[in-house]
Design a protein around this ligand. Structure first.
Ligand SMILES: Nc1ncnc2c1ncn2[C@@H]1O[C@H](COP(=O)(O)OP(=O)(O)O)[C@@H](O)[C@H]1O
Ligand SMILES: [Mg+2]
Length: 269
């Protein structure tokens, strides 16, 4: 697949549908006597097909927001809608898939059998699911179908986790620091590959990171959160064309974006 021939439209200006709509969201943890507000009055619309990165200081609620979208956290106030429905309905229909920092592969199953796993569980119509072999080729693991997880590097394991997440053809991919544990060169490579996968599949991606260059390199928009309580600092458009290559990070335009994000992040601390 050639990424060079594909140009990504700007979803916000093309009037496309909203994949995730968060409206005046409050998340509180604990009981009344010991209440902790993790998120306060968070509102954001994420257009379908877009790539949004989420950045903010540690503990500002990035994972909590992602987990709300995924129906893993109880909403205290406000609302979250996923493709026009509740997060629970979206989860039941497998509208989204989650990728965590740890690949969480089953160690006794081969690569291909790990990717197949979501197809085997649940009573969904499986005829529309993607071919696990195609997905492994898409993430650059053709030829490693029969390897076991312990035979792979950390980067390869994360590629398997991404292929596994895509097998049900989710319309939304929620990624919580998926490359956070990898070395920089592997992370760079996976950043480029993820953009290729995004451009090839049209999946909406919401991607949490604490790396400024990663947020700027991947995202059409960066959702910057600030802490205490977690709230939106800015929903910033990244005005850099796709396809993006790693060399773009040396350009003045890219450096301007990261400098702006850095100063915003400093205000969030
Ligand atoms: N289940 C929970 N119970 C109580 N507090 C929580 C829970 N989940 C997260 N928190 C708290 O909410 C805040 C935001 O956490 P988190 O979303 O993990 O932040 P981030 O991902 O931005 O580092 C933190 O102070 C964290 O301790
Ligand atoms: Mg987190």
């Amino acid at each position: 697949m050639s990424a060079a021939s594909i140009r990504q439209p700007d979803p916000l200006s093309s009037g496309s549908r909203i994949a995730v709509s968060v409206s005046n969201l409050d998340i509180r943890f604990g009981d009344k006597a010991n209440e902790f507000t993790a998120l306060s009055d968070v509102s954001v619309d994420i257009p379908e097909g877009s790539f949004v990165t989420m950045l903010g200081p540690s503990g500002c609620g990035k994972s909590t927001l992602l987990r709300c979208i995924a129906d893993l956290v109880h909403i205290s106030d406000g609302s979250v809608s996923v493709l026009g429905r509740s997060p629970r309905e979206a989860r039941e229909d497998r509208d989204f898939a989650f990728v965590f920092q740890d690949a969480t592969l089953l160690p006794w199953r081969s690569v291909i059998d790990n990717v197949r796993l979501p197809v085997e569980v649940g009573k969904h119509d499986k005829s529309s699911y993607a071919d696990p072999h195609d997905l492994l080729a898409l993430v650059g693991l053709k030829g490693r179908e029969n390897a076991l997880p312990h035979e792979l590097s950390g980067g390869m394991r994360q590629r398997v986790a991404i292929a596994r997440a895509l097998v049900t053809r989710p319309r939304i991919l929620l990624m919580d620091e998926p490359f956070g544990a990898l070395d920089e060169i592997t992370r760079d490579k996976l950043n480029e590959e993820l953009l290729r996968v995004w451009q090839g599949t049209g999946t909406t991606i919401v991607f949490v990171t604490h790396s400024i260059p990663e947020a700027a390199f991947l995202g059409q928009h960066v959702l910057m959160l600030q802490a205490h309580p977690g709230r939106v600092k800015e929903f910033m458009k990244v005005d850099l064309p796709y396809p993006r290559s790693l060399a773009m990070r040396d350009t003045v335009e890219f450096i301007k974006v990261t400098a702006h994000l850095r100063s915003l992040l400093e205000e969030c601390l």
